[in-house]
Write a protein that binds this ligand. Structure first.
Ligand SMILES: Cc1cc2nc3c(=O)[nH]c(=O)nc-3n(C[C@H](O)[C@H](O)[C@H](O)COP(=O)(O)OP(=O)(O)OC[C@H]3O[C@@H](n4cnc5c(N)ncnc54)[C@H](O)[C@@H]3O)c2cc1C
Length: 379
């Protein structure tokens, strides 16, 4: 028998589950047959998502830690500032998966299936996936899976944001749980742009993450040595237990991910939701999935593009500065945080700043180099 759904959601990670969850809580979708499919059991603590917002989203009840103040550090500069009206928030993946799947699994119209998708097709004959040696058809597919490697043009920049993080616990109070250090650049830049962030979950527990923006990932030991060194020499902590570990690689690229292939719509990182100059994705996935829900309900053509053109341009210039080493990441972010209110920087990173704010920020980045990079991107 031919299986047919209204929507197939291919990939049940952050984007797929955000979309499925939002469909599950909206009565508009109660009469739609939806298939959610992933190759893995989504139940692990494999990542933590941090983001900032000035209101509460549908995921507020699973926010595990939050901060109203953030700190930035570099070699000769350190500052802590309130980010009102924003709050910087953390969601743990195991809570996110359980929360979304808990709701989705109670809906009769949504089927969650485990399977490794081998193929996705949308042509004159139909729109379908091939999974577990079976074809499953749908009117539309929303995919956070890239089955093909990006086909880069010579002008595309493709850096990697890669990181290893440890949750450490200490016997004594060591952390100020009111402040999240989102970037500490006061470390060696041996491998390229490198910083550490420290997100305290209590006075005795924090996620410490060593992060790089470079072309190649490091050996496992290099991340471990950097973390050990930071904990000993910057946090001055000698007695601690590592209770969790995470590792991640996120593309930082101006490559234009394919948005659509007939009735297949790409979402999440595969759909260009990762901000090219920072790697932040969670907030953009929420914008993208909200936009899809609205388009479907208004019977409008689906559009998964969420980045205004000017931010695509700024991101490309920042990437160019980083990739050509005209300005290192340490210099870019130190200049930004030294000379701008943190709230403006967060607005800029969320693609919600205004033109006067952006001009001010560009000035703080050595406008000459910014213009030179823009010129080189154009020609
Ligand atoms: C460790 C880590 C920490 C991060 N922290 C942050 C953060 O703090 N803030 C932020 O904004 N962003 C963060 N990101 C970036 C981004 O938010 C995440 O990568 C996010 O999970 C992207 O969502 P996604 O749905 O696009 O991809 P994923 O969450 O990776 O989901 C893709 C899904 O597709 C499934 N899949 C893949 N291939 C197949 C196949 N052939 N068949 C079936 N299923 C398949 C996978 O199993 C996976 O579940 C982080 C990323 C990582 C890796």
């Amino acid at each position: 028998m031919e299986l047919h759904f209204d929507y197939i959601i291919a990939g049940a990670g952050c984007a797929g589950l955000s979309l499925a969850y939002k469909m599950s809580i909206d009565p508009f979708f109660d009469d739609k047959k939806i298939l959610l499919i992933d190759k893995d059991d989504k139940n692990k603590q494999d990542r933590t998502w941090c983001f900032w917002e000035d209101t509460n989203s549908v995921f507020e009840e699973i926010v595990s830690s939050s901060w109203k103040n953030i700190a930035f550090k570099s070699t000769n500069f350190a500052k802590t500032e309130s980010i009102h009206p924003y709050v910087y928030k953390m969601i743990r993946s195991e809570n996110f998966y359980a929360f979304c799947l808990g709701k989705i699994n109670r809906k009769k119209n949504i089927t969650a299936l485990k399977g490794d998708i081998a193929k996705m097709v949308s042509n004159g004959i139909g729109t379908y996936i091939e999974v577990n040696a079976q074809k499953i058809y749908a009117a539309k597919i929303f995919s956070s899976i890239l089955l093909e490697e990006p086909n880069l043009k010579p002008t595309d920049i493709y850096l990697l944001q890669h990181f290893t993080g440890w949750v450490i616990e200490t016997k004594q109070a060591q952390f100020n749980a009111d402040v999240a250090t989102i970037m500490d650049f006061s470390i060696a830049q041996t491998h390229g742009t490198s910083f550490v962030y420290v997100l305290p979950m209590s006075s005795q527990k924090a996620l410490v993450e060593y992060t790089l923006f470079t072309e190649e990932v490091l050996d496992k030991k290099q991340y471990q040595d950097a973390l050990k060194n930071y904990i000993a020499n910057h946090l001055h902590i000698t007695d601690y237990n590592i209770t969790e570990r995470e590792f991640g690689v996120i593309p930082m690229t101006n490559y234009q991910f394919k948005r659509q292939d007939n009735h297949i719509h790409f979402i999440g990182t595969a759909g260009g939701a990762t901000k090219a100059s920072s790697g932040y994705t969670f907030t953009f996935i929420q914008q993208q999935t909200n936009q899809i829900i609205t388009k479907i309900k208004n019977n409008a053509p689906i559009d998964t593009a969420i980045t205004p053109a000017k931010f695509t341009w700024y991101d490309a210039i920042l990437l160019h500065l980083l990739a050509t080493k005209m300005l290192g990441g340490k210099e870019i972010f130190t200049r930004l945080f030294q000379k701008n209110k943190f709230v403006f920087i967060l607005q800029f990173l969320n693609n919600s700043s205004t033109l006067p704010q952006e001009i001010n920020m560009m000035r703080t980045l050595q406008i000459g180099k910014f213009i030179k990079a823009a010129w080189q991107r154009l020609f």
